[in-house]
Design a protein around this ligand. Sequence first.
Ligand code: NAP
Ligand code: GFB
Length: 327
Amino acid sequence: MSVILVTGGTGLVGKAIQHVIETELEGSRFGKKPGETWVFASSKEGDLRDAEQARKLFEKYKPTHVIHLAALVGGLFANMKYKLTFYRDNTLINDNVLYTSHITGVKKLISCLSTCVYPDKVEYPLDETKIHLGLPHESNFGYAHAKRMVDVANHAYKDQFGSNFTSAIPTNIFGPHDNYDLESAHVIPALVHKCYLAKKNGTPFIIGGTGKPLRQFIYSRDLAKLFIWQLREYDDVEPLILSVGEDEEVSIKQVADAIVKALDFKGEYAFDPSRADGQFRKPASNKKLLSLIGDFEFTPFEQALDESVKWFLENYDAARTGKKNVV
Ligand code: NAP
Ligand code: GFB
């Protein structure tokens, strides 16, 4: 009888895992296994910055396995503005989840890092061996350092107690249930929301920065399957990049063009170079993943974007669209 606790289970990635577990055939590679109980926890069930609340959440569900997604998450502009809050909140959340997993005897724990943890100046492509080879980009060093310490702690727990704690390193993620709050959103949900408002109000669609930076984007529902696979079939302390291939890098301008097409926007569209571009690129290799998982079909970018825009339009009133300040 396994109990899988997904912390941060109500966010973009948590909702995608719930979708896959509830829609894939039971017993299939990415489906629920007989006898498994999946729990998708929100911050309302326990603020994981607080050790006592973390203990109570684990006591309530008694998880045997944990996918740890809970975090203070935000796009470039939020990370630049709240470096200490991103550092401290995520440090507290991660330390409480790892320690509580240890003292309650969790058999396996997967934590979630991000390709922004990597050094800004390192030989590309990024792979699993380069996490600690230099300082991260200054725009997100608070969040990046807090996330890097999870890898350090996993190795320490393994070394001292033999704990089966590991981590995943996704690239930028998008999909249904994303955060569309223009203050704290990542680029795809921010531009989908901005383009929607520009079309609705007949105003220009403004993209921040120069549009030149390059990014790899993984669809949340593909990432969800990779997390389920990692839970079942990957038992190594070393982090694993979960990403589309390096050749899937796209520019922010290409992303904006795809969003204009997906929303059938016909109005004025311009760039605001007074806003930061952030890191120019962070190309990650998924060679190790593909060498372990064999064939995996990623959803084509335009199809994934269309599905995400459709979800946004159908759920606008319920979606995270606004004015919820980060702090
Ligand atoms: P998200 O949509 O913002 O969801 C965050 C989740 O964490 C929500 O379920 C939230 O609960 C929960 N949470 C936040 N603060 C908490 C706290 N103090 N105590 C307990 N729960 C808390 O985030 P996401 O995009 O799904 O991110 C999931 C993971 O992927 C994170 O670890 C993030 O760092 C990582 N990641 C994200 C991206 C990306 O592009 N989005 C890229 C790379 C890595 P409520 O619903 O109650 O607020
Ligand atoms: O997704 P994003 O916020 O995160 O921004 P990063 C990506 C790029 O989109 C940057 C441009 O070059 C921005 O200048 N951009 C253009 C916009 N218009 C907008 C807009 O309206 N909103 C946003 N947000 N971007 C984050 C890290 O970096 O990546 C986080 O700061 C996390 O910690 C996340 O790791 C995955 O890719 O630049």
